[in-house]
Design a protein around this ligand. Structure first.
Ligand code: ADP
Ligand code: MG
Length: 728
């Protein structure tokens, strides 16, 4: 009897849920472990407080004496909460978060010791960068790197450690993390958007980008997950026959949350509250054991940090509830995958959401300006936006027959489509007073009402306008949102910058009034961006053909999609917007291509191992039982032997053919891996892994899954889909 599977099932059935008590109100818990504005007011001198808030709001430098004061106050606050260590917390390009803990404790001679934390330790640290991905930057320059304090994301306490959010850069200044380019992109979009806002309101001094992510995940019993080598090593199942009941009945979506999962969520949410992560909604998703968690949106840099932190905490809290969290985009074949919708908008320091309609025609013209410029930005850079969400694991959603598709398009709804149609008819050049009035009253003026019934939400669109924000739905559930947010904010910044140049030119050269000039430029944008707008069902053959005619890219695999990250256009874009230098852009590309190769390589090895060393021996064992049975039948039957043993003999043959199928394909896969590994060029290697190695997964899996249906359940070694998905 395969002990691990049955042991795991037994344990999981005997499991008693952990009791979770919520004694305090959430609003009281909120931000308790964060060195936030409230805490700073309490602990900092007036000068230090002002220094930090200026840095947060306007990017002003913090001088050394202020940093010393802040460090010392942070330490006092942390010590008062039983903290012993501090760490610079950062997000290297491995995709997870990194930290190296140092104690506050220091000896001062004569057998005495104190707790110490100065400005220099707060501001900068030098972790050894050589074990983090650097994409060649390391070779070109030096192995050393440093982390530097990001005052715009507040320090927090996790466990007994004070965590200080930092950027991570090479000694020569190149970014080695997700945060550095994100901060630069946010700066770029702030500059460009603030300049546009001044057309409408001179008081605007700053525009921030906001992000509200929706994190989907699966919760699987820890023992059951541990019994599967594929889940343990790759985060997904590489084989397994679909269960008789899957998600056909849709009885999980928004259903009552099972108790054990609910207890996990409550504890997770309490942790989030303490860390100032404003989580608000939780619900069941479409697939069995699939759930979603979403916060109230925040400033994008903070939201990205919070999502990275959340993904880390989820795993730790899950362990206490005997769960394993699967963040993978496609843990189970034939079952819905997981994504992470990125809800995005821009808002001013005067409190206006630039993607929400306003009360006056002028504020609605401002809304239209940002709305249409965003569409234009996506139109110009659709391939790059696709590249922003490319990964080996997200390919299972985007390239496959599941919404959203690999083709980027924008959904805006019927009503706004009509508004754009009206605006397209605006006269070229100067507008007559009648036309202006007509526009203000009947087009621009009506937008708030239009948006109120913007209910026809298209769930399959990868980039949809949903009332007062755009929702980038193609982001993968494992992704660090920093990557797509850097790209989205950069392309919008570039677009707004170009828009301003065009409008100003019309004002100066053609002597148009400001709003006339804006209408004129927007009209041209509407005309030239039609190919990106799509209201239909976002996947399937018909749309693929249509998209091809429109000239939209349809890169189904990561190696193909990633190329847009190093196109001439992209390199120039990042350089112009001061988001990444050519070296940084190219290094990142190399890191992502290499990550892709490694993912497929690991999956291929794990699959080969399971198929040959778990499945084949089990099949042989079962075949031997059948052979023994046939021998016995031969002994006791004479004439009737052929008819009574017919099915057994068929089974024996069928098993042999699947064993052959496995062995032949695993051998092929190993050979293809060898060939792929021989490529020096990483692009060629990635393509070989993608097009030669990966397709063999399906062939190996096919025979394994067939055997699962043939072999006696009692001796099947791998925990089955039904056990993984329906154990509560
Ligand atoms: P759904 O998409 O499931 O219908 P909601 O529309 O309520 O859900 O919002 C989903 C997410 O969008 C939430 O995280 C919410 O905070 C976020 N969100 C709402 N308004 C904005 C905004 N202006 N900018 C960014 N995110 C927003
Ligand atoms: Mg959503």
């Amino acid at each position: 009897m395969p002990t691990l599977r049955f042991h795991a099932i037994k344990e999981s059935l005997a499991y008693k849920p952990v009791r979770v008590e919520e004694k305090e109100r959430r609003s009281d818990l909120f931000g308790k472990n964060v060195f936030n504005e409230n805490t700073m007011r309490q602990y900092l001198t007036k000068d230090a407080f002002k220094g930090v808030t200026n840095a947060i709001q306007y990017g002003k430098k913090i001088d050394r004496s202020i940093a010393d004061q802040v460090a010392s106050s942070m330490k006092d606050w942390a010590l008062s909460k039983g903290v012993t260590h501090y760490t610079h917390w950062f997000q290297p390009l491995t995709g997870s978060t990194a930290e190296k803990h140092d104690a506050f404790f220091e000896t001062i001679g004569d057998g005495m010791a104190i707790e110490k934390f100065g400005g220099s330790q707060l501001v900068q640290q030098e972790p050894d960068a050589s074990s983090f991905p650097s994409g060649g930057i390391r070779n070109t320059f030096e192995a050393r790197g440093y982390t530097a304090w990001d005052p715009t994301s507040p320090a927090f306490i996790y466990g007994t450690t004070l965590c200080i959010p930092t950027i991570f850069v090479a000694y020569t200044g190149e970014a080695l993390d997700y945060k550095t380019p994100l901060l630069r992109a946010l700066h770029a979009v702030d500059d460009a958007a603030t300049a546009i806002c001044k057309y409408f309101d001179k008081n605007v001094k700053k525009v921030s980008s906001s992000l509200g992510w929706e994190q989907e995940y699966f919760l699987i019993d820890k023992m059951l997950a541990a019994s599967r080598p594929d889940i343990s090593l790759t985060g997904r199942t590489l084989l397994g026959h679909s269960p008789a009941k899957g998600q056909q009945l849709d009885d999980h979506y928004f259903g009552s949350i099972p108790n054990r999962a609910l207890n996990f969520m409550r504890e997770l949410e309490t942790e989030c509250m303490l860390l100032g992560i404003p989580v608000k909604t939780r619900h069941n998703e479409v697939a069995p054991n699939q759930f979603e968690l979403a916060p109230i949106y925040e400033e994008a840099n903070l939201a990205v940090d919070h999502n990275s932190l959340l993904m880390d905490i989820m795993g730790r809290v899950a362990a206490r509830h005997n769960f394993k969290v699967l963040l993978h985009e496609k843990p189970f074949e034939g079952i819905n995958g997981s994504g992470k919708h990125n809800n995005w908008s821009l808002s001013t320091d005067t409190g206006v959401n630039l993607l929400g309609p306003g009360k006056t025609p002028m504020s609605n013209l401002q809304f239209l300006t940002f709305f249409i410029n965003t569409i234009k930005a996506v139109h110009e850079h659709e391939a790059l936006l696709r590249a922003a969400i490319a990964s080996a694991s997200n390919d299972h959603r985007l390239g496959a027959n599941e919404a959203p598709p690999a083709i980027i398009s924008v959904f805006i709804g019927e009503q706004l489509t009509k508004v754009l149609e009206e605006l397209e008819g605006v006269t070229k050049g100067k507008l007559s007073p009648q036309e202006k009035t007509e526009l203000k009253l009947n087009v621009v003026g009506k937008i708030p009402d239009v948006l109120l019934d913007n209910t026809d939400r298209n769930r399959t669109s990868p980039f949809a306008f949903t009332g007062n924000k755009f929702e980038f739905r193609a982001v993968g559930s494992t992704a660090n949102c920093g990557n797509p947010m850097t790209i989205l904010n950069t392309i919008v910044a570039k677009q707004l910058k170009d828009f301003k140049i065009e409008v100003d030119k019309l004002i100066d050269k053609k002597d148009l009034k400001k709003d006339e000039a804006i209408f004129n430029v927007l009209r041209e944008y509407i005309k030239s961006t039609k190919s990106i707008l799509f209201e239909g069902n976002g996947y399937g053959k018909a749309w693929e053909e249509e998209a091809k005619k429109r000239g939209l890219s349809n890169n189904k695999t990561t190696p193909e999609a990633l190329k847009a990250k190093v196109s001439k256009q992209t390199i120039a874009l990042f350089e112009e917007m001061n988001v990444m230098s050519r070296i940084e852009t190219e290094a990142r590309y190399e890191i992502e291509v290499e990550a892709y190769i490694m993912h497929i390589q690991i999956e291929s090895r794990v699959l080969g191992d399971i198929a040959r060393n778990h499945i084949v021996p089990t099949a042989v064992k079962y075949q031997n039982i059948l052979i023994e049975n046939v021998r016995g039948l031969k002994e006791i039957f004479d004439k009737k032997f052929n008819s009574v043993s017919k099915e057994q003999i068929n089974l024996i043959e069928e098993i042999s053919s699947h064993i052959e199928g496995i062995n032949v394909n695993v051998t092929k896969m190993i050979n293809e891996r060898k060939k792929a590994n021989a490529f020096e060029d990483i692009e060629k290697k990635a393509l070989a892994y993608c097009n030669q190695v990966k397709p063999l997964f399906d062939d190996v899996r096919y025979h394994c899954d067939k055997l699962e249906l043939l072999v006696d359940d009692e001796i099947w070694p791998l925990t089955k889909y039904r056990e993984l998905l329906f154990t509560r």
